[in-house]
Design a protein around this ligand. Sequence first.
Ligand SMILES: Cc1cc2nc3c(=O)[nH]c(=O)nc-3n(C[C@H](O)[C@H](O)[C@H](O)COP(=O)(O)OP(=O)(O)OC[C@H]3O[C@@H](n4cnc5c(N)ncnc54)[C@H](O)[C@@H]3O)c2cc1C
Length: 416
Amino acid sequence: MRFNLLEIVRQGLSGNAGWQPHWRAPDPKPEYDVVIVGGGGHGLATAYYLAKEHGITNVAVLEKGYLGGGNVGRNTTIVRANYGLPGNSEFYSHSLKLWEGLEQDLNYNAMMSQRGVYNLYHSDGQRDAYARRGNQMISQGDDAQLLDRAAVRRHLPCLDHDNARFPVLGALYHPRGGTARHDAVAWGFARGADQRGVDLIQNCEVTGIDIDGGRVRGVQTSRGAIRARKVALVTAGRSSQTAAMAGLRLPIESHVLQAFVTEGLKPLIDSVVTFGMGHFYISQSDKGGLVFGGDLDFYASYAARGNLPMAEHVMEAGMALMPMIGQAKVLRSWGGIMDMTPDGSPIIDKTDIGGLYLDCGWCYGGFKAVPGSGFSLAHLIATDTHHAPAARFRLDRFATGALIDEEATGSQHNLH
Ligand SMILES: Cc1cc2nc3c(=O)[nH]c(=O)nc-3n(C[C@H](O)[C@H](O)[C@H](O)COP(=O)(O)OP(=O)(O)OC[C@H]3O[C@@H](n4cnc5c(N)ncnc54)[C@H](O)[C@@H]3O)c2cc1C
């Protein structure tokens, strides 16, 4: 079934009784060409592009919970391509281009909204750094504008521009950045993969990886053994654990990141705003809730919930940037497990075990990477060669020192 205006009218007139489930619920087959471990955004996108771009459809996505129940459904939905370093810049640039055509491609409303991203600056030094980054973005083919104080004041009247400690002096503006509806992205990729023949298997936890003669042979799961010629581990915050099943020790620490949403308000912020000096960022959902967050909780954990000190820190930063936020009631907060690498950049690579692939280390920026990562990993699995925009996301860079340290904070997982 394709979604279009005619179909909506037809279903509306017939009591909405004819809608079909978005995907099947198949039992696992004994063998697949490719098994993808993890039914988050990256796993589902990989399955979709394997089928669509490479015609590889004898594929299973194994998800221990429900599809989209991990970080792809827990993030703050920001999509952008405002990176500066070679490696990141071409990858996120490619990913944003995929986002721009995604809804037509998937025939699914992912509520992609290119509402613009403002990175505020508060000192001359920060302005110069943003000017440099903006130039890097433009030379990469992306869009960037350096705005002065008056322009930001005009666009964002709800901020306290004269904060004594961090006066808003301007912003790096990225018009093509914005937000997308996170659940819908997972559902759209899942539906697209299912329509092309991929088996999406929920409540199926991978508990072991079968390796023989230096090659992967399949996986052990809570629903029995499944043989596979190729296996991709795409398990985000759980990557260290799934890689350990293959005897690999990854350079990843798992940390908690929290987010918050207020009651629905009238339109207030029609863009995404980041306040780096205060470690705070904010946007407004289509339902009206202010969606915001800040830093990691700063210690390694597998708990998908956060603690009060960081909640307090985020609220303080929010009050410093826009004191009016103090009048809004916070409805919910939640946490997700982030797969943090030492340089803050991801890994899309083969391993030394034949047929075993890794896609992880997305830290807290992996939502915007979903289409790009799926596209590049599918390319790697299908051709055994790196897709050019993701060619620097190699695992061995942590041994060779060819790091992609966007924030220049050094090899410390929780500072990226
Ligand atoms: C609060 C918060 C805010 C964020 N904000 C942003 C943002 O604004 N923009 C942005 O770009 N990124 C953001 N992120 C980061 C982004 O959400 C993640 O980097 C990205 O979603 C991770 O990839 P994924 O979608 O594949 O992960 P997940 O959805 O977590 O998928 C991994 C899946 O693997 C499954 N799995 C794990 N182990 C096994 C196993 N043994 N067997 C089977 N399945 C298994 C899990 O159940 C899970 O469903 C944010 C994250 C959080 C938590």
